[in-house]
Design a protein around this ligand. Structure first.
Ligand code: MTE
Length: 334
């Protein structure tokens, strides 16, 4: 992605903390029995929650109950899942900092209960709904999806959630609903980057999909990972996963969903339209202006044993989504 540093020069964040530096730093601290929390000079709630294990994270009772009845959903890959420490420790969540370890370090105290989502725009049913009511009619399922970041690293993640299309249908979008716009919480008191004078993007973070993309069977609303409640750094309490698009479309900690007539402006596309498009479909044939998208580093990998694999069209989900883009020039509509 693009980071405006203090002297205003753009550096991809992948160059700031490579996975090896990140992982070694954590291993060293763990091996000397300190853990990042003890070694850190930071204080406060977030410090106590650093490197929480997946079993130590609990959501509200009603969500924990729903997580016990998990079934295995369709479209899961058989590829080996990325270890939990990477899924929950190597993150992009700029609201909590731009370094890959910042979200895990800074989001521990983030308050995700109570939580509400406001539904607006071109739909028969609109209003503000508590998360419990949003989730009530949906059975949760696990889907193991590939996640391909625009920065050319990838993971395989066992998400827990339910199809976005089932949620959207409940609000009865009208024929004027051509797009769906999603918005992340704006709360500078809780999200340090939102109050920074040097913030690299405008907040709140916004993403969008064409309505037919949003209604595709693969688009997934996520409330958990590895069978447990979603860690805050992964976008608790509810986020989107759009597995055939670059990771930045998969917006976290959603508080707003709006059905719109016009294509919404989206965060990265507005920040740097030459580098990040609205569609952001994973495409090995269309390079990022500053790097190739033909291959990817599958995490965990290091500078010495980079696990490079070929990037697949639509991240390997062409059978489910290629028809959405038939006849479109994907070089222009990147
Ligand atoms: N959502 C918000 N609100 N803020 C962000 O900075 N980063 C995006 C996406 N969703 C981001 C976000 C990017 S660039 C990626 S690659 C994925 O979240 C990363 O998700 P993960 O940390 O769960 O792997």
């Amino acid at each position: 992605m693009l980071i405006k540093t203090r002297d205003n020069c753009d550096i991809p964040s992948s160059e700031i903390t490579d996975e090896e530096t990140f992982y070694n730093r954590r291993l060293i601290l763990k091996s000397i029995g300190l853990g990042m929390a003890a070694a850190s000079t930071r204080v406060g709630a977030s410090q106590r929650q650093l490197y929480q294990t997946k079993d130590s994270i609990t959501g509200p009772d009603w969500l924990e109950k729903k997580l016990t009845g998990l079934r295995s959903g369709p479209y899961s890959t058989n590829e080996k899942a990325t270890p939990y420490e990477f899924v929950a420790g190597y993150n992009n969540f700029y609201e909590f900092g731009t370094d890959k370890s910042d979200p895990a370090e800074n989001a521990g105290g983030f308050i995700t209960d109570p939580w509400a989502i406001e539904i607006k725009g071109e739909a028969e049913v609109t209003g503000k709904f508590q998360l419990e009511d949003i989730l009530k009619p949906h059975d949760l399922e696990e889907r193991v999806y590939r996640l391909r970041c625009v920065e050319a690293w990838s993971m395989v993640v066992p998400w827990v959630g339910f199809p976005l299309k089932d949620l959207l249908a409940r609000f009865k979008p009208t024929s004027d609903a051509k797009y769906v716009r999603f918005e992340t919480l704006y709360d500078p008191e809780q999200m340090p980057e939102q109050r920074s004078r040097f913030a690299s993007i405008d907040y709140p973070y916004v993403e969008g999909l064409r309505i037919d993309e949003a209604m595709n069977e693969l688009a997934f609303m996520v409330v958990g990972v590895y069978g447990k409640t979603l860690p805050n750094q992964n976008g608790a309490p509810i986020r989107l996963i759009v597995p055939w698009k670059y990771g930045f479309k998969s917006i976290k900690s959603i508080v707003g969903i709006e059905f719109t007539k016009r294509r919404p402006g989206t965060t990265w596309q507005k920040t740097n339209p030459r580098e990040y498009g609205f569609y952001a479909n994973v495409n090995p044939n269309v390079d990022h202006p500053r790097w190739s998208q033909a291959r990817e580093r599958r995490l965990p990998s290091s500078l010495f044993s980079a696990k490079k694999t070929e990037t697949l069209m639509f991240n390997g989900y062409a059978p489910q989504v290629a028809h959405l883009y038939r006849g479109m020039n994907l070089k222009k509509n990147y």
